[in-house]
Write a protein that binds this ligand. Sequence first.
Ligand code: AMP
Length: 279
Amino acid sequence: MMQILRTVAELRTRVRGWKADGRQVGVVPTMGALHEGHLSLVRAAKRGCDRVIVTVFVNPTQFNNPEDLAKYPRTEAADAALLAEEGVDVLFAPGPDEVYPAGFASQVIVNGVSAPLEGERRPGHFEGVATVVTKLFGMTQADRAYFGQKDWQQLQVVKRLVADLNISVEVVGCETIREPDGLAMSSRNVRLDPLSRAQAPALHRILQKTAQALRGGAEVAPVLAQAVADLRLAGFSDVDYLELRTAAMLEPATSVAQPARLLVAATIGDVRLIDNIPV
Ligand code: AMP
């Protein structure tokens, strides 16, 4: 039976019992509105760990835009039903006051890998992510934590902070789950109007085409410029960035000689989508 817990104290008691029995604990941090992408992380956690905690917390400190926070979908009953079906042991769904009680004053800042791309366009975002993830690791005492490659930069930020702060959790990055037409699953996809939803798969299609050109030896700058033009033609209004970066450090990459990643953020309708693929 899955338990829904809302306080850190209850969670700690539960985890202490598991640890005393020598159980390996996995955690899947989420903001809810769960889809198959989240469930793929849950399944990986089930395969890799004896006990699985899924956290659902819409973390206010990682939203740089109040409207995005207000519009963020919240579907706790449906989420709980899906997680129970997957055999999750604990759904940890604390309120904001449990996570940030009066007097809260700390922040985790990861330099370097947090700075470009999302870090530049969403000031404060990765500080919010790094802080809440560090707290979730402390609360759950998990042995392994599962994150999606969908949020590639976030995954690199989490790996960095775990290494830097000597947190004893193994970070597992899981493949991006896509709709049949290639659109990466995202909780924000429900906000796409029908036309935008029909146009949105161009994001992945153009990434693939660009990656192929780069693998074939094409020069980076013109290929990226063409891809941005293609995105606009496909219906994207703003292209925040479309860049080739080194896979782990996310430094600008001028060739595909080293492991590189194409990363994009672009808006269609009024929904900002991100995606990335290896090159
Ligand atoms: P979120 O609820 O959007 O904060 O996402 C929670 C976790 O699920 C993060 O580690 C995401 O990277 C991951 N995730 C979200 N969408 C996908 C997807 N389409 N495929 C794989 N993982 C995903």
